[in-house]
Design a protein around this ligand. Sequence first.
Ligand code: AMP
Ligand code: GLY
Length: 427
Amino acid sequence: MTETVLLVGGGGREHAIARAVADDCALYACASVRNPGVRRLADGFESIDETDAEAVAEYATAVDADLAVIGPESALEAGVADALDDAGVYAFGPRAAEARLETDKAYQREFMERNAIPGCPDYAVFDDTEAACEHIDAYDGDLAVKPAGLTGGKGVKVIGDQVTAEEAKAYLRDSDYDRVVLEERLVGEEFTVQAFVANGDVRTTPAVQDHKRAYEGDEGPNTGGMGSYTDTGLSLPFMAEGDYDAAVDVLEAVVDALPDYKGVLYGQFMLTDEGPKVVEFNARFGDPEAMNALPVLDTPFVDVLAAARDGEPLPELAFSGEATVCKYAVPDGYPTDPDAGAAIAVDEESAGDALLYYASVDERDGGLYTTTSRAFAVVGRGDSIAAAEAQAEDALAAAGDRVRIRHDIGTADLVQRRIDHMDELRD
Ligand code: AMP
Ligand code: GLY
C-alpha cells in the first residue's frame, strides 16, 4: 500500500525529509515558507503557518494523510502532533508535553535529574533575574546562561567563551526572560546523535558535528547552524571508542523514562574529558543535521514511519557508509544584518553529484533570491570526509559573493583541530 504522508515545515531539514520519502509515498506538505525543493517533490502544498495546529490537522484530513512528519520545534510546541493524533492522523513527532524536553530547558534538566539520566551538568533554575546574577557572582567557575524557552539556538551565552560574567549579567538584566537555567560550562567538542523513536524503540543515526558560529575558525555570533559533517561510520574522528555508545545510552534512558515518546530524539552532547555530557535535547531532526543523516540512510524512511504508526518494532537501520559534509550558504551579514535579495546561482543540476537543499528562499520572476535566513545547503558525499568536502565545494564554486559560506567545515585542518583539542583535554 502506498502511504500518504504529510510533511510539516519548509526549511532545509524538511527538504531532506521530503527527498527521503518522496519516491515511496504520496507526499503533501504545508509550511509558512514556500520551499521550492519541497514543493517540487510534493503532490500538493498548502501555505499554512506550521504553528496553527488546527489548520495543519484540517489539511491532513483533507488530503487523507495516513501519517505526518513534523519538522520544526515551533510546531511541536504549538501542539501540532496532538492535533494530528486527535484527528486520527499518526504524527511522527512528540506531543507538546513530551516536546517540553526541548521547549523548556528547565524542565529538561529537572527531568534528567528526576530520572537519573546520565550526563547532566550541575545546574540551577531561576525565575528572578537578580537571584540569577547573584549566583553568577557566587559560582566558582564559568556558567552557561540559558533562557528556559525556545530561542532558535541564539539565546545561550557561555561565560568564559562568548561573554564575561559582567556581560552575562547585563544580558539577563536587559532581556526579560521569565526563567533561566544557569549551568556548569562544559568544555570539549560537541556532537549530535539523532534517533528515530517509537514504541519504546531507539534507532540511532551517525554522529554529526554542527558548526554554530557564523564565521570561519568558530568566530562570530551563534547561528542555527552553518554546516555539519559525518564520517563513514557511526563515530567522529575526535571521538574515542565508547563515546558513541555512551551517547546512545543517554537517549535510551530518556525513552525508558518517556515510553510514549515518538518522533526524532536529538541529543546534543559535549564530549568532555569525562565522556559525553548533555548540552540539550531536541524533539526533532536538526537543521542542518537531517541533511547529513537522511541521504546515507539506506533503509526507506517510510518503512520506519509505517512501523512506528503500526505499533511494530522499528526496523534496524542500514547506512551507505559514506561520509557527508553539509555547508549552508547564508545571506551576507547573517545573522546580525542579513542582506536579502541576492540571486541564488546554484541549482540542483549545477550541484552535480552533490545534493542541494533549499531553505529560506524567495521565488519570484522565475528566479530564487535570499531572504534574511539561511538560503540553501549543499551536501557532498564520499568515502572520506575529505572527499565529501571536495564534492560540496565543487557545487558551491558558482555561489557568488553575496552569500557567505563557512568553507572551513569538513576540511582536514578543522577536523584535525578537533582531534588535537580532545587529545589535549584527555591528557
Ligand atoms: P543550546 O541552545 O542549549 O543548544 O545551546 C546552544 C549552544 O550553547 C550549544 O550548542 C553550546 O555550544 C553552548 N552551550 C549550551 N550549554 C552549554 C554548557 N553547559 N557548556 C558549554 N556550552 C554550552
Ligand atoms: N543545528 C542545530 C539544531 O537544529 O538545533
